[in-house]
Design a protein around this ligand. Structure first.
Ligand code: A3P
Length: 348
């Protein structure tokens, strides 16, 4: 799994590659290949899951064979990276950042977002048979990213310690967090939408896997808390999905300022319209609906699904909600300044 030949004898990578050691190991999660787990995630048997040591990061086995290469992927100073835990508003923010960085060019924005703004680890997660040739053609590999013109807008769901260690010192990063109750519900539907991730159980069962750190890209809290600890870095903008919901225009202005861009009044108004849920859900360059024709997706459900804060209330029993509250409290212990908003009086 680890490419020892890329390391010098001291275990430190060559100067021009990276100035840090790669000391992450992965081990198979045996239960992902049998028992209850496999009943709930019936399609995971083709790949199985691994966890990282340290960190307990949970992802498909294929990733572990490419993890070091991804870690060494060199950011450029004029990149903008959108880093999130899944279902926190990544796609929304990616499009927002891409538009700001590209003078709100609506014509070029018609190309699929995954081509304009590559998903760093995507080609290194899914086995070949989990994607159609059409989707594979749209995936951007690390080698292709190296050839992309600046400014690149790169998406990743990886926690910081699995990304280039100089990422934040090199380029701007927009990190988006969302309250975990809505993330659980949204991620549950995500697992229903993609055949490959299919989850055969109810939302409360899924919530338990989520809290146990046994769904892809988990555990949730270390991801968020590590980013939170970096929020004062000048290259870091830490955002909340709920703030985008509360006042999208204000957040667009905040992001534009962070990216050293200014938008005209007309661009601001247009961009807000472009990003409004109803329009976004209909926008085929971001909503993944065209991909349904290539298979591997359920025809029911949508990637841009509901777009609300507080949908968890329609899904959790009072007992489940209490368990989730306890899990949140336990994980936020000692981090009193991080507060999640789980309901909004007014939202777009
Ligand atoms: P829901 O499933 O709660 O609707 P990601 O892009 O990180 O996977 O996040 C997906 C979540 O962001 C989904 O949440 C999706 O509906 C929501 N979302 C995407 N675009 C949005 C928009 N324009 N306005 C509000 N929410 C949006």
């Amino acid at each position: 799994m680890f490419h020892a030949e890329e390391l010098s004898t001291t275990g430190v990578a060559k100067e021009d590659e990276i100035h840090a050691e790669w000391d992450v190991k992965f081990r198979r999660v045996d239960k992902s290949l049998n028992g209850n787990f496999k009943e709930h995630f019936p399609n995971c048997e083709e790949h199985g899951f691994v966890t990282s040591e340290p960190g307990g990061f949970f992802l498909m086995d294929k990733y572990s064979h490419h993890a070091e290469k991804i870690y060494r992927f060199q950011p450029r100073s004029d990149d903008v990276w959108v880093v999130t835990f899944p279902r926190c508003g990544t796609t929304w923010t990616q499009e927002l950042v891409w538009m700001i960085m590209n003078d709100c060019d609506k014509i070029r924005a018609k190309a699929p977002l995954m081509v304009r703004s590559p998903f760093l680890e995507l080609p290194y997660m899914l086995p070949l048979n989990a994607t159609s040739p059409e989707i594979r053609n749209m995936m951007v590999t690390l080698e292709m990213m190296e050839e992309m013109p600046s400014p690149r807008i790169i998406k990743s769901h990886l926690p910081f310690y699995l990304l280039h260690p100089k990422l934040l010192d090199t380029c701007k990063v927009v990190y988006v967090a969302r309250n975990p109750k809505d993330v659980i519900v949204s991620f549950f539907y995500h697992h229903r939408l993609f055949d490959f991730h299919y989850f055969d159980g109810d939302v409360e069962k899924f919530a338990q896997y989520f809290m146990d750190g046994e769904v892809m890209f988990s555990p949730f809290f270390p991801h968020i808390l590590d980013a939170w600890s970096k929020r004062h870095h000048p290259n870091m903008l830490f955002l909340f999905y709920e703030d985008l919901k509360k006042d999208l225009r204000r957040e667009i202005e905040k992001i534009a300022k962070f990216l050293d861009k200014s938008l005209s009044e007309e661009q601001l108004t247009d961009l807000r319209e472009h990003l409004r849920f109803d329009n976004f859900a209909k926008n085929e360059s971001v909503n993944m609906e065209p991909a349904k024709q290539f298979g591997h997706f359920s025809t029911e459900g949508h990637f841009i699904r509901k777009g609300k804060t507080g949908d968890w209330k329609n899904h959790f029993s009072p007992e489940m909600n209490k368990r989730i509250d306890e899990w949140i409290d336990k994980n936020l212990n000692g981090c009193a300044d991080l507060k999640f908003i789980t309901q909004l009086e007014f939202q777009d």
